[in-house]
Design a protein around this ligand. Structure first.
Ligand code: UD1
Length: 417
């Protein structure tokens, strides 16, 4: 098992270059299955989830080659329709191949992803949307199997602006017959990135970045190249870490407009934030002020930045309330943080955080990507040695985490336990 070992406290200082967005890359890779030709993705982060998605695509019949930060995907050969359990279980985002396979082959058999450490994660909204377009699903032996003739464009109202459901339905709609309208669609920047790529490959998607997406189906997509947007969650993690450690960090190659609410909240906490073209400087010279925070779909505060924000508020002067509205079990790591001296009480989907002056280093366990990164931020703030076990989770989503943090002055290493 891998473990991050951190010696704190540290004040983070310097510049950090932001990688391409994990959550865009995974969906763009799935979308490449709809292109009977070569897709070239630039600025692809070197993280485990990308390797896992590459394995899923290879299993489905595509070729995937990595050349430094580029990924070349060729789905022009014969594809197969089955994404097996041993791959889907390692990464939930594999479910995003469902829409592309149905659109391209009229047949998809994908293992049901099941829940994970942040909660039960059903796919009912995905399936309902695809059914309305003409797909018929059966679920047996842990697999969901869909069959269809050419999908038909329809109007769909999502009961919740699910990111994954919006993406699956919109990818299917791209090759459907006629016009589809997706209402109450998710507006996350990663969806905008996906739409930009698809339009570049010949799709006709309008209303991008709004809650109403319209898709005029086309018969076929063509080869395309696309450079992936910066990872707003990675950027937000470093920005929050800078404030939590009372440091001075400049995020380089990021997109400040994707981070507006997190940056506003950091300002509310007392940080000085300077926004520039593709860069943001975040400075803090005292303990944070308390604040209340609610996670919501974009442009609300992202649920993926809730865990590091919890670490920041655990050192505020006074009490804060953090409300989690997107994933039911996202407070599971609170017990780990309390082991580091935090005072956090969870009541349903609210966490009451009583700030302490100093966290103290301790061995803790990373339950998932974002909570794991947050525990590392906790370790940077804490006095003494922190060991974050199950570090493999963090490597799923953060490129060169140790190098980037070391570059900012952290004492951190990745070891085997
Ligand atoms: C994506 C992101 C994840 C982020 C989340 C919310 C990827 C790979 N992951 O996950 O990092 O935290 O968006 O911004 O991009 N739901 C249903 N039925 C469905 C689909 C979703 O009830 O069919 C519920 C989920 O259980 C959850 C909520 O809707 O409570 C949000 O899920 P969703 O927006 O779909 O997140 P993901 O696409 O899984």
């Amino acid at each position: 098992m891998k473990v991050f070992v951190i010696q704190g406290p540290t004040r983070l200082e310097g510049e950090v270059r932001i990688s391409g967005a994990k959550n865009s890359t995974l969906k763009l890779m799935a979308a490449a299955l709809m292109v009977p030709g070569e897709v070239v993705l630039e600025r692809v982060p070197q993280i485990t989830d990308v390797e896992l998605m590459a394995d899923v695509l290879r299993r489905l019949g595509a070729t995937v080659q990595r050349e430094n930060g580029r990924l070349v995907i060729d789905s022009s050969g014969e594809l197969c329709e089955e994404a097996p359990y041993e791959l889907v279980t390692k990464m939930r985002a594999s479910i995003q191949v469902l829409g592309p396979l149905l659109a391209r082959l009229g047949h998809a058999r994908v293992a049901m992803p099941g829940g994970d450490a942040i909660g039960s994660r059903p796919i009912d909204i995905h399936l309902r949307g695809l059914e309305r377009m003409g797909a018929k699903f059966t679920t047996e032996h842990g697999y969901v199997e869909g069959l269809c003739d050419r999908l038909q464009g329809v109007n769909t109202l999502l009961e919740f602006p699910s990111v994954g459901a919006t993406e699956n339905i919109l990818m299917a709609a791209v090759l459907a017959e006629g016009r589809s309208v997706i209402e109450n669609a998710a507006r996350e920047p990663e969806i905008q990135d996906l739409c930009a790529f698809l339009n570049n490959a010949g799709a006709r998607i309008g209303g991008v970045g709004t809650p109403t997406i319209t898709v005029d189906g086309v018969d076929q997509l063509h080869s395309a190249e696309h450079s992936i947007d910066p990872d707003r969650i990675e950027a937000g993690t470093y920005a929050i870490a800078a404030v939590a450690t009372q440091g001075d960090v400049t995020l380089v190659d990021c997109e400040p407009s994707h981070l507006e609410l997190p940056l506003m909240k950091l300002e509310d906490a007392g940080a000085e934030v300077t926004r520039g073209e593709g860069r943001v400087r975040v400075r803090m010279d005292r303990r944070p002020t308390t604040l209340d925070l609610v996670t919501l779909p974009f442009p609300g505060f992202p649920t993926d930045l809730q865990p590091p924000m919890m670490v920041l508020l655990s050192q505020a002067r006074g009490s804060s309330i953090l409300t989690e509205n997107v994933f039911e079990s996202r407070f599971l790591f609170v017990d780990e943080l309390n082991r580091m001296g935090a005072h956090i009480r969870v009541e349903g989907h609210h966490a009451v955080i009583r700030g302490v002056e100093q966290l103290s280093g301790a061995p803790v366990r990373s339950p998932d990507i974002r909570a794991g990164a947050a525990l590392v931020v906790g370790g940077l703030c804490a006095d003494g040695r922190t060991e974050v076990y199950d570090a493999g989770h963090i490597e799923r989503g953060y490129e060169q985490f140790v190098d980037k943090l070391t570059g900012l002055g952290a004492e951190i290493s990745l070891e085997s336990a």
